[in-house]
Design a protein around this ligand. Structure first.
Ligand code: NAD
Ligand code: TYD
Length: 339
């Protein structure tokens, strides 16, 4: 059996990856290490809860006593754990530094002493390139992160690279575009807008709504990570983009169409400070390894909307009963003036 450590496996992408990898790799013995922050949910891992090939460890990646032994026993580390929401990083950046930068440092230090380790996958993000007015970012482009989240991720991204260059830790860095799909926490734009639309509540669209994101289905992301594990080269960076550039206002309209709600639900609100205008990735390098995204955005979004409709028991408790989420929502949107 191949011993695999997945950090942040109770979150959105991590749990999709654990489920996907558990099915795809019968020879993987997977350990999930997760702190279960507001974004981590054990029920995201329900499909593997009974499996003898999966173990859950509740702990903080920044805690050496917990994290280092797990890294040292692994052949493969897939490091998703992070604070991930840009708006929260603007409200308060401290947890982003502690988890995304120092947590990654703790894992990398342990990786130096992991005798069987053959891959350390640093899950980075396209946001490290900063706003891209035209064209598409290639892996060698300069990093210009512009908010505390993307700056923390850029720090972790380059720290991981430095551990390959300096200590020969078998690091590969992936930079994916915005993901969508099941189990995404309802603070991110798609699940927030879908669940608001289901409830006939206003959709707070930042600024002029013309910011562009490139949407990647989470299943395509999982396949790409798997391919990079199998065929990537240590020390390299791989962009993973869905090739679906959509303006926020158009995304919002599609969500309203799919939920049968009127355009009057759109509420233009004051812009996010430092709001990156556009992200776009050149994925030639990954495509050379044989990857292409399979999901078509229209049907992938429709299936995602359908998942949120069928799984109200997953998101209603967060939006309606979780006081921390309600406080966050109030701070973020309560006094937000119109755009
Ligand atoms: P998420 O917020 O849904 O989940 C993060 C998970 O990490 C949660 O389960 C949380 O409990 C856990 N975690 C947080 N701090 C921890 C700590 N100190 N120790 C252990 N566990 C901790 O995030 P996501 O959207 O699934 O993103 C996963 C990774 O992918 C992140 O590294 C993120 O930067 C990256 N990424 C995300 C996107 C996207 O669109 N969501 C795009 C590109 C890259
Ligand atoms: P988000 O899901 O927060 O991802 P990221 O900022 O990491 O790209 O936001 C996606 C886009 O949607 C981004 O341009 C900001 C915008 N947005 C809104 O217009 N309103 C909202 O309430 C949120 C959360 C995001």
């Amino acid at each position: 059996m191949i011993r695999v450590l997945v950090t942040g496996g109770a979150g959105f992408i991590g749990s999709n990856f654990v489920r996907w990898a558990h099915n795809a790799h019968p020879d993987w013995q997977i350990t999930t290490l997760d702190k279960l922050t507001y974004a981590g949910r054990l029920d995201n891992l329900a499909d593997v809860a009974e499996s003898s090939r999966h173990r859950f460890v509740h702990g903080d990646i920044a805690n050496t006593a917990v994290a280092a032994p797990l890294v040292r026993e692994s052949e493969l580390v897939v490091h998703f754990a992070a604070e991930t929401h840009v708006d929260r990083s603007i409200q308060s950046a401290a947890d982003f530094i502690t988890t995304d930068v120092i947590g990654t440092f703790v894992l990398l230090e342990a990786a130096r002493q992991a005798p069987a380790l053959r891959r350390f996958i640093q899950i980075s993000t396209d946001e490290v390139y900063g706003s891209v007015p035209e064209g598409a970012s290639t892996e060698t482009d300069e990093l210009r992160p512009r908010n505390p989240y993307s700056a923390s991720k850029a720090g972790a991204d380059r720290l991981a690279y430095s551990y390959w260059a300096t200590y020969d830790v078998p690091v590969i860095v992936t930079r994916a575009s915005n993901n969508y799909g099941r189990n995404q926490f309802p603070e991110k734009v798609i699940p927030l807008f879908v669940t608001n639309a289901i409830d006939n509540i206003a959709l707070p669209l930042y600024g002029d709504g013309l910011n562009v994101r490139d949407w990647l289905h989470v299943d395509d992301h999982c396949r790409a990570i798997d391919l990079v594990i199998e065929q990537g080269t240590n020390g390299e960076v791989y962009n993973i983009g869905g090739g679906n550039e959509v303006r926020n206002v158009d995304l919002t309209r599609r969500i309203l169409d799919l939920t049968g709600r009127p355009g009057s639900l759109i509420r233009p609100v004051a812009d996010r400070p430092g709001h990156d205008r556009r992200y776009a990735l050149d994925t030639t390098k990954l495509r050379r390894l044989g990857w292409t995204p399979a999901a078509e955005f229209e049907s992938g979004l429709a299936a995602t909307v359908d998942w949120y409709r069928r799984n109200e028991q997953w998101w209603r408790p967060i939006k309606e009963k979780d006081q921390a989420f309600r406080d966050y929502y109030k701070t973020q949107y309560g006094n937000r003036a119109g755009a």
